[in-house]
Design a binder for this molecule. Structure first.
Ligand SMILES: [Zn+2]
Length: 161
């Protein structure tokens, strides 16, 4: 078991945070963006970036090659829908996708929108971590967090209509 401190300061003990979130044991701050049969999308508001989405499988797997055909189709369909929602709702032109297999959680893809302010941290993969840390450490004020919560609701309504 691992002890995990949530964004709201609450501590939970879970085997796998992704399992806890996708099964509903842990409610993500800001709520669920969209759910399909095999996937679950939410935002971690500890990183207050508008339109950032984390897409996790419901099954506890680590790697792309463990997806069944059905899961693979479900994944690409919902990934594409979320991407279109980011574009239509927030005019997001570019998204960085980040996914690693040696995670302590399970299969999940970060969809990180690019905004102008991020380019001071460089381009491409080396800028992802500093961008996320900057968001977590310097944008955790009520203005940004409220903007992010509103965006989560807009994404939810768009993707569930
Ligand atoms: Zn898991």
């Amino acid at each position: 078991m691992k002890k995990i401190t949530l964004a709201n300061g609450q501590t939970v003990e879970v085997e796998c945070l992704s399992c806890a979130i996708t099964s509903g044991v842990v409610e993500p701050e800001g709520g669920v963006v969209v759910e399909t049969e095999h996937f679950h999308a939410h935002q971690d508001v500890a990183y207050p970036v508008k339109g950032l989405v984390i897409l996790a499988s419901k099954r506890h797997i680590k790697s792309f090659d463990e997806l069944t055909e059905e899961e693979a189709l479900d994944y690409i369909h919902i990934l594409r829908k979320i991407r279109k929602a980011q574009r239509d709702l927030f005019q997001i032109e570019h998204v960085y996708y980040f996914y690693n297999e040696d995670t302590t959680h399970h299969f999940h893809t970060w969809m990180v929108p690019r905004y102008e302010w991020m380019y001071e941290f460089g381009r491409s993969v080396e800028s992802v971590r500093p961008v996320l840390l900057h968001a977590r450490e310097h944008m955790n004020d009520s203005t940004h967090v409220n903007e992010v919560r509103k965006a989560i609701k807009e994404l939810h309504d768009y993707l569930n209509k």
